[in-house]
Design a protein around this ligand. Structure first.
Ligand code: 9MR
Length: 374
C-alpha cells in the first residue's frame, strides 16, 4: 500500500514537472532556438581560431553550431606563392570546428579579390593563358578541398562573380577564362569531395538585376549537370536597405532554381553611407570625416531600437522561409570584430552584430530566441 502510494506520487510529480518544463521551456541560446530549422553560424577571426579571444569563444560555443573562416581560407592566405600552401590557420580552424561539433564552411575558393597576384601572371608579369589559369584554379581547388574532404561540409566555391546589373564581373578569372570559370570551379570542387555542399555566394543579392543574373547562372549550371547545392546571400544590410520585400523575392527566386538558400554574412550597419554603393566591394574606400562617425561614444537608444527591429524583422522573414533556408551566419561575433568598422571608411565605430563590445548579448538576442518558437 505504501509502495503503491509512492509510485502514484512520483508519477504525478513527473507529470507536473513535464508540463511545467513544456510551458516554461525557453531555449537559452540561438543555436537551440533554431535547432531543426536552420544552422546558426558565425565567422571566426584568427584570435578566435587560436583561442586568444576567450570571451568571444564562449559566445561562439554557446550560441552557434556552424563556423566559417572570415579570412584564413582565402587563396591569398592559403597559397601566397605558387605551390607553397600554408595550412596552419585553416587546419586549426577546422580542428576547432570538429572539437565543438560545428558544421564547418570553407570560404572561399575562387574570388576576384584576395587572390595572390601570381595566380594570373607569368614570370614576365603578363597575363597567363586560359589553359594555365584553369590549371592553377584546378590545382588550388583540388589541393584545398581534398585536404579537408569530409570535414569541411560546404564550400563557397565562387564568390561575387555577378554585378548588380546581372552581368559577369570583369575579373581576371572572367577575362582570361570566360564565364566557364564558374562551371569549372564547381566541377573541380565536386571532383575533390563529391559529398561536400557547393555554393555560389554574393552580396547585394536583393538587387533585381543581380537576382536575375544569379538565377540565370545557377539554372544554366544545373542544366549542364553541374552540382550546385546552394546560393549564399551575404546579407551585408543597412537600416534602410534593402527592403524586406526585395530580400524575400530573392529567397524565393533562388529557392525556385532548386538549391538551398543561405544567409551567409549577416550584419546590419547603423552608420551613414558616404557613397552610392550599398554592397560590399572591398576595394571601395572613402576618407574619414568625423560626421561620418556619429556614434563613436555610444549608440543612441533610438538607433538601437531601429537596429533591433530590423534584426527581428529579418529573422521573422528567415523563419517564414525556414523550409528554403539551411543556414544563417553572422559575419563576426562582437561589434568590435566587424569589418564594418573599417569599410567603406576606415576607423569608425559601428554596431552591426548581435553581441556588443563587452561580449554581452544585445537585448535583441532574447527577442530573436523568443520569436523562434512562434
Ligand atoms: O571581413 C573580411 C575582412 O576582414 C577582410 O579584410 C576582407 C578582405 O579579405 O574580407 C572581409 O570579408 C568579406 C568576405 O570575405 C566576402 N564578402 C564580403 C566580406 C566583407 O568585405
Amino acid at each position: 500500500m505504501k509502495k503503491g502510494a509512492l509510485i502514484i506520487c512520483s508519477c504525478l510529480l513527473t507529470l507536473l514537472f513535464a508540463s511545467y518544463t513544456n510551458d516554461q521551456y525557453k531555449p537559452s541560446s540561438l543555436k537551440d532556438a533554431f535547432k531543426n530549422k536552420f544552422y546558426i553560424g558565425v565567422a571566426l577571426n584568427l584570435r578566435q581560431i587560436w583561442a586568444k579571444d576567450t570571451a568571444g569563444l564562449a559566445i561562439v560555443k554557446k550560441h552557434f553550431n556552424s563556423i566559417v573562416a572570415e579570412n584564413c581560407m582565402k587563396s591569398m592566405n592559403l597559397q601566397p606563392k605558387e605551390g607553397q600552401f600554408q595550412f596552419r590557420d585553416a587546419d586549426q580552424f577546422v580542428a576547432f570546428g570538429e572539437q565543438n561539433n560545428m558544421y564547418i564552411i570553407g570560404h572561399t575558393l575562387i574570388w576576384h579579390s584576395q587572390t595572390p597576384r601570381w595566380f594570373f601572371v607569368d614570370e614576365k608579369g603578363n597575363d597567363v593563358s586560359r589553359e594555365v589559369l584553369i590549371q592553377r584554379m584546378k590545382s588550388h581547388i583540388t589541393t584545398v578541398v581534398s585536404r579537408y574532404k569530409g570535414r569541411v561540409k560546404g564550400w563557397d566555391v565562387v564568390n561575387e562573380a555577378i554585378l548588380d546589373d546581372g552581368s559577369y564581373r570583369k575579373s581576371k578569372f572572367y577575362t582570361i577564362i570566360g564565364e566557364d570559370f564558374i562551371r569549372l570551379a564547381f566541377e573541380f570542387a565536386h571532383a575533390a569531395d563529391p559529398d561536400a555542399e557547393l555554393y555560389y555566394n554574393d552580396f547585394s543579392m536583393s538587387v533585381e538585376g543581380k537576382r536575375n543574373g544569379v538565377v540565370k547562372m545557377v539554372t544554366q549550371l544545373k542544366n549542364q549537370g553541374v552540382k550546385v547545392t546552394g546560393v549564399g546571400m551575404q546579407g551585408h544590410l543597412g537600416l534602410d536597405y534593402p527592403t524586406l520585400g526585395d530580400f524575400e523575392k530573392s529567397i524565393q527566386a533562388f529557392s525556385a532554381t532548386g538549391v538551398k538558400v543561405m544567409i551567409t554574412e549577416l550584419d546590419i550597419t547603423v552608420l551613414p553611407n558616404p557613397g552610392q554603393n550599398r554592397g560590399a566591394e572591398v576595394n571601395l574606400n572613402y576618407d574619414y570625416k568625423k560626421a561620418m562617425n556619429p556614434y563613436a561614444d555610444g549608440l543612441p537608444k533610438s538607433v538601437e531600437m531601429k537596429l533591433q527591429q530590423r534584426y527581428v524583422d529579418f529573422f521573422r522573414l528567415f523563419l517564414k522561409h525556414q523550409e528554403k533556408i539551411s543556414r544563417v551566419t553572422l559575419w563576426g561575433v562582437t561589434d568590435e570584430d566587424s569589418w564594418r568598422n573599417n569599410w567603406p571608411v576606415f576607423g569608425r565605430t559601428d554596431y552591426p552584430l548581435l553581441f556588443d563590445r563587452q561580449f554581452k548579448a544585445k537585448p535583441m538576442v532574447e527577442m530573436i530566441v523568443g520569436i523562434s518558437k512562434k
